[in-house]
Write a protein that binds this ligand. Structure first.
Ligand code: AMP
Length: 191
């Protein structure tokens, strides 16, 4: 299996690049943010619990994340050549959760593709996305809180994977096509 984490701060382009990667390598794309937004839209109990936390730009509990991940994996693990994790793991506890999931599936992580984008550009991109997609959490106050959560809780995740030499660092500031070409060239080297 080819198991990739696409990593980076909010607005780095993880979702955009995930679209290319999942098609090219036939990967099941797990975007925890998309799965949570679907639960909020459905008005499920899980969605109700997540909604206010997401609107405040904070991370939802690991327990909720485990529930949505397990549901997704049980429905998709046999249909694809591997997984593409987007927006997960978001803290060190979730790194351990992922290790446990891989052990159960008898597989392991292939690589972490880390997108690096300067923070001024992140805010500009997120405000632009707010105009286009109208996401409830793309307003300046929530964006600042999301970037803070990223610095405090998510950034240490990269250190965890650097220890095992699995991180591929990519400059995420170019054009969408250029970045996609760089990422796929790096993944091709691993195969
Ligand atoms: P995203 O679409 O990845 O930017 O996620 C949107 C929001 O969903 C985040 O600001 C968090 O509130 C929540 N979220 C998404 N993924 C996770 C995760 N792995 N752990 C905790 N909260 C998450």
């Amino acid at each position: 299996m080819l198991n990739i984490i696409i990593f980076g701060p909010p607005g780095a382009g993880k979702g955009t690049q995930a679209e290319f990667i999942k098609k090219k390598y036939n990967l099941a794309h797990i975007s925890t943010g998309d799965l949570l937004r679907a639960e909020v839209k459905n008005g499920s109990a899980l969605g109700l619990e997540a909604k206010s936390v997401m609107e405040a730009g904070k991370l939802v509990s690991d327990n909720l994340i485990v529930q949505i991940m397990e549901k997704f994996i049980s429905e998709n693990s046999t249909k694809f050549a591997g997984f593409l994790f987007d927006g997960f793991p978001r803290n060190l506890a979730q790194c351990d959760i992922l290790e446990g999931m891989f052990a159960k599936l008898n597989t392991k992580l292939t690589a972490v593709v880390a997108l690096n984008v300067p923070s001024e550009e992140l805010i500009a991109r997120l405000l632009k996305r707010a105009e286009i997609e109208g996401r409830a959490d793309d307003n300046l106050e929530t964006i600042k809180s999301r970037l803070q959560e990223y610095e405090n809780k998510t950034f240490p995740v990269i250190g965890f994977y650097e220890k095992s030499g699995k991180v591929i660092s990519i400059n995420g500031a170019g054009s969408i096509d250029e970045i996609a070409a760089t990422i796929t060239a790096e993944i091709d080297k691993l195969k």
